[in-house]
Design a protein around this ligand. Sequence first.
Ligand code: FMN
Length: 178
Amino acid sequence: MEISEVIKGRRSVRKYAAQPLEDGVVEELLDAARWAPSWANLQCTRFIVVRDKSTKERLVEAMSPRNPARNAVAGAPVVVVFVGKIDASGHKDGRPVDDKAWYMFDVGLAMQNFCLAGHAKGLGTVIVGSFDYGKAGEIVNVPEGYQVVAFTPLGYPEGESKAPPRKEMSELVFHEKM
Ligand SMILES: Cc1cc2nc3c(=O)[nH]c(=O)nc-3n(C[C@H](O)[C@H](O)[C@H](O)COP(=O)(O)O)c2cc1C
């Protein structure tokens, strides 16, 4: 697949087939994720692979009641939780260099690599960001100094997901000044 095909063809998938994943595929996607760029190459992202049904169900409970990805998280063969180390990215000599939460940026880049690599292999994902972070952290045993940023189900999509439209380039792109 051409890179533009991978980028534009990836969709948020909220319905998964029962088909299990082949051995080694999750590791292959996590390898793509760990090759994402990161602040000073500190690699602050951690990945928790969840296969246990009851853990998935507990993660669903941590999600907002109207989150449209609830069934996807409950039903996909695997859920991967993306965790950020809070005090590494964007820090120098133990202090934040500015008031931006750079670990969020690093985790986002890793997650996009994961989702795109998954799509290139015919697998679906949906980034889930709307949930109780504290609760999710307890469920997957995230220690102090780390924060669950987002998670995604992973599996073979059932049916097609329609692409939500994008804004026109003319609304988004500026030249020289905004
Ligand atoms: C940071 C972030 C958080 C998101 N959180 C959720 C979520 O909690 N539930 C959900 O169903 N989709 C969630 N999404 C998916 C977006 O709704 C989706 O990416 C957007 O509608 C564009 O659709 P597409 O991914 O198919 O291109 C999230 C996406 C991002 C980037």
